[in-house]
Ligand binder design. Structure first.
Ligand code: FAD
Length: 289
């Protein structure tokens, strides 16, 4: 049987950010996961606090962006600046919302100067480097144990659930599972552009299908690809050429994303802002453990 002070189920951005911080503070930590990331394996991730059609600021958006910048800069190449189209009539409202964030207006929109995109897969590999990691599928959460397939048991003084949408049934967490598609492109977009869909690096992503109650990775639909390409055309004036596609499912919980559960804590349910919020909340949890 393996054991550690803190056992973290999940090696996505949430689990690995927390594990890294605890490990750096000298705690005995063990990550248990089937693979490095699930939703976190998206080819490109935007870290952008300005959300949706109504230009809302993500919860704790300013602080989350500051912590994300400081954290990821140690492990990944960050591509600064995200451009967001803004209709003339909305400009003053947007300027007011962004008063705490570095930005500038350009023709047709606003540039968030400290928002960025990064490539998650090399980031996950760097975060995991040197960390104690046990690969396997957890089939039950029975504090203080995790029970893995094959009969292995892992004991943790504290258990942390960071298993995203795929493991949510282990704790009976009820949220929305929202499939998204990312197309890999021939063209490159060094500066991210985002409205409804996003273009960043060689990727075009967005969520077209409705959320569901259970975790699922449905095959891409024609409507979805067409919707993404039309969205890209509206942003940059042409349809990029598609090389391949990647399907992932976001998991969104309505309440907080860091909360107590039996045997420890859960750090999960971020929806489409996992890369924005994980460093801030992982730091908060790390300082409690
Ligand atoms: C198409 C798409 C595009 C996205 N774009 C962005 C973006 O631009 N910016 C952004 O901030 N966010 C984006 N997101 C959301 C982001 O990917 C998630 O919020 C984030 O990755 C969630 O990370 P996580 O660590 O909570 O979970 P995950 O990455 O899902 O990791 C879950 C981990 O738990 C493990 N696991 C689960 N169940 C078990 C089990 N039973 N046994 C063992 N291991 C288990 C998995 O192997 C994995 O290691 C996007 C999501 C999708 C689908």
């Amino acid at each position: 049987m393996r054991e550690a002070g803190v056992v973290i189920l999940g090696a996505g951005v949430a689990g690995l950010a927390l594990a890294r911080l605890l490990w750096e503070r000298g705690l005995r930590v063990l990550v248990v996961a089937e693979d490095l990331g699930e939703a976190s394996r998206t080819p490109v991730a935007l870290v952008n606090p300005l959300r949706g059609k109504r230009f809302t600021l993500a919860e704790e958006g300013e602080e989350a962006l500051e912590r994300a910048l400081a954290f990821y800069t140690r492990f990944a190449e960050l591509h600064l600046e995200v451009f967001r189209p803004v209709p003339e009539a909305e400009r003053s409202k947007v300027a007011e919302r962004l008063s705490g964030l570095r930005h500038r207006f350009e023709a047709g929109g606003v540039v968030l100067e400290e928002a960025f995109w990064l490539e998650p897969r090399p980031l996950l590999a760097r975060l995991a480097q040197g960390l104690p990691l046990l690969r396997g599928r957890v089939r039950a959460w029975v504090p203080p144990f995790l029970e893995l397939e094959g009969g292995v048991r892992v004991r943790g003084e504290v258990l942390v659930y960071a298993g995203g949408g795929r493991g949510a049934h282990l704790l009976g967490l009820k949220g929305r599972h929202i499939p998204g598609l990312v197309l890999a492109l021939r063209e490159g977009f060094p500066r991210a552009v985002s409205y409804r869909v996003y273009l960043a690096g060689s990727a075009l992503g967005g969520s077209y299908l409705p959320g569901e109650e259970a975790y699922r990775l449905p095959p891409p639909t024609e409507g979805e690809v067409e919707w993404l390409l039309a969205g890209a055309e509206a942003l940059v004036g042409f349809r990029p050429r598609v090389v391949s596609c990647w399907r992932g499912t976001r998991f969104r919980l309505p309440g907080p994303h860091l909360f107590p559960v039996e045997g420890g804590f859960a750090l999960t349910g971020f929806g489409s802002t996992g890369f924005l919020h994980a460093p801030l909340l992982a730091e908060r949890l790390a300082s409690r453990l």
